[in-house]
Design a protein around this ligand. Sequence first.
Ligand code: PEP
Ligand code: MN
Length: 265
Amino acid sequence: MNMNKKSKDVRLIEEGYITVIAGPCAIESMEQLDTIAGIVKESGLSFLRAGAYKPRTSPYSFQGLEHKGLEMLKEIGDKYGLYTTTEVTDAETVEEVAKYVDILQIGTRNMSNFALLKKVGVVANKFNRKVILKRGWAATIREWLLAVEYITSKGDAEVILCERGIRTFEPYTRFTLDLSAVPVIKNISKLPIIIDPSHAVGQSDLVIPMSRAAIAVGADGLIVEIHNEPEKALCDGQQALDIKQTQEMLHQVSIIASMLGKKLR
Ligand code: PEP
Ligand code: MN
């Protein structure tokens, strides 16, 4: 069953819209991904996130379903007519990943992996894929923008910046969400920028307020971790919004968006 044919030329960011990308941290099973994709679709959204290769801080944590996960993501994305994004973690697997998803995500731990960035530039150009480049948690804005150029020097892929929190001395949140990066980026570049409140704050009760703030400060979109059973999640369950919280987040964010003359998509 294919609920909605995807247009090949969709842009991740559209004038007048706030793009909300939602989904689990990691693909855990077909059933889990199917359920969460159904929630994303029913919420009126078009973009599904889900990790297949998980670069975990601890080598003893769940590392992702890898190739099997990519296959599941492709199948579920097609079933619901959702655009998909997943993380690419090394240069060797970029081409394999690009065959299965619409948007390649470069995680915070790899923002300065220049061999990976160059490879992503080449592959994104070849397969007409978009690229989300997360900010390294210890990278300055200037270093982040130079990282973009490693990608764009190899083609003309659409690159979207993603602020996901930087490391500071403050332990109450997992990282510190640098919301001022949004107006700074708007002042000095033409690149779109989205916010990942989930990895920044690291706990679900802080995700909604920071999502509201992200839209108010002028971000073009959000990438948010959601889960049908956060307490059973194999990865980052503590920061995932459950179904009710997801609806509440979308409701609150849509109010802020409408004040700015924007709609959610
Ligand atoms: C993720 O999006 O699942 C992720 C690992 O994010 P980050 O690279 O920002 O930690
Ligand atoms: Mn995560």
